[in-house]
Design a protein around this ligand. Structure first.
Ligand code: SAH
Ligand code: SF4
Length: 371
């Protein structure tokens, strides 16, 4: 007899959790109880659920499970940045990375959505890896669960261990649409992580039709990986631009902002590569391009990786670029590199940890969360 695959309750957003409980003849409120146990108390064992009857716990154990993704390693940087390598279902070397960046009373978790990525941006190490597979909803939300769990037992009255989430880890979130929407729904739900929609950000390289679809489904904040002021250059850096050029992308951004119930801005991410897209003329081009979009600009100095073929711009060049935009009235931040000593910076995330011997030597291996 083949064993029936158990439903992993970790990845079910409220609506699907209710449907599941109703499908097994149980009341709706049970779904809320179980959601709270999993996401607010960190339970992964039905026996912890003391307000659920023994009979129901028994029934649940038979047909479902609460299975967090397997943590291969956890590393903590000198600056407090934490990085996890997470093995995805199917095992092997199919790994993704999750990074937590504390900053004062904020802590931002950078979450992965795919093993690898099919979009092949020319400056991205994840893109170089090619596409391997989509993460399940449990694997996406499981990264939040694992990060909070790493601080010990979940404590609803303690400090929030994860205050913000950015879908800026490995993969293109809009190419794994449903699981990412499910996971973000859990991040914002009051019976789960209860984060503000302003603090959950999806970053995309510009899968235009999916931005329209996203507007129908959620109201998270949106970041766009623009990286170039012209189609000519963007076609090279971000090949999906050939399919959805800049004017269509900016149109989708306007639509997204209009669909939101509150006033918000788009974050424009601009990875700067020396001699490629970092000139003052290009800054002026960018300024002109974004004139009518409610946005803030985040400059990301390129993080080198072996054989990338690109260099990081000098600090002076970054400042000059920033000044052109700031003088035109834009809010422009420069992303500082965090977690450098554990290779946790943007674009340094890799899936195949076995190939990274140099990297693993640098890890300060603290403990494995799961045996
Ligand atoms: N696929 C999505 C989200 C993941 S990439 C996207 O492209 O937006 C997250 C951010 O890291 C993107 O803005 C991406 O351009 C940037 N990035 C990728 N490789 C980088 C590198 N080597 N140095 C600096 N930023 C990089
Ligand atoms: Fe994929 Fe984003 Fe990397 Fe481009 S930058 S290859 S979309 S992960």
């Amino acid at each position: 007899m083949t064993e029936v695959k158990k439903v992993n309750l970790l990845g079910l957003p409220p609506k699907k959790m209710i449907e599941f409980f109703e499908s097994i003849g149980e009341k709706k409120f049970r779904a809320t109880q179980v959601l709270k146990w999993i996401h607010q108390k960190g339970a992964d064992d039905f026996d912890q659920m003391t307000d659920v009857s023994k009979a129901l716990r028994h029934k649940l154990k038979d047909i479902c499970e609460i299975r967090a993704p397997e943590v291969v390693s956890q590393n903590i940087s000198n600056d407090g940045t934490r990085k996890w390598i997470i093995r995805t279902e199917g095992g092997g070397n199919n790994c993704v990375e999750t990074v937590l960046i504390p900053d004062g009373d904020r802590a931002t978790l950078c979450v992965s959505s795919q093993v690898g990525c099919s979009l092949d941006c020319s400056f991205c190490s994840t893109g170089k890896q090619g596409f391997n597979r989509n993460l399940t909803p449990a694997e996406v939300i499981g990264q939040v669960w694992v990060a909070i769990k790493s601080f010990g037992p979940f404590d609803p009255n303690g400090p929030r261990r994860v205050t913000n989430v950015v879908m800026m880890g490995m993969g293109e979130p809009l190419m794994n649409f449903e699981p990412v929407v499910d996971a973000m729904t859990l991040m914002m739900d009051d019976n789960a992580y209860g984060m503000s929609k302003r603090r959950v950000t999806l970053s995309t390289s510009g899968v235009v039709p999916k931005i329209y679809e996203l507007a129908e489904r959620t109201d998270v904040s949106l970041a766009i990986s623009l990286h170039a002021p012209t189609n000519e250059l963007r076609d090279v850096l971000v090949p999906i631009n050939k399919k959805y050029p800049i004017n269509e992308l900016l149109g989708a951004c306007q639509h997204y902002l209009t669909s939101l119930p509150d006033k918000r801005h788009i974050t424009i991410e601009y990875t700067m590569m020396a001699g490629v897209n970092d000139s003052e003329e290009q800054a002026r081009g960018l300024s002109k391009l974004l004139k009518t979009l409610e946005c803030k600009i985040n400059l990301i100095p390129f993080n080198p990786f072996p054989s990338s073929g690109y260099d990081k711009p000098s600090n002076n060049q970054v400042r000059r670029f920033q000044k052109v935009l700031a003088d035109d009235g834009y809010t422009v931040t420069v992303r500082t590199t965090r977690g450098d000593d554990i290779d946790a910076a943007c674009g340094q995330l890799v899936g195949d940890f076995h190939d990274k011997t140099r990297r693993s030597q640098k890890y300060i291996e603290l403990k494995e969360i799961q045996d």
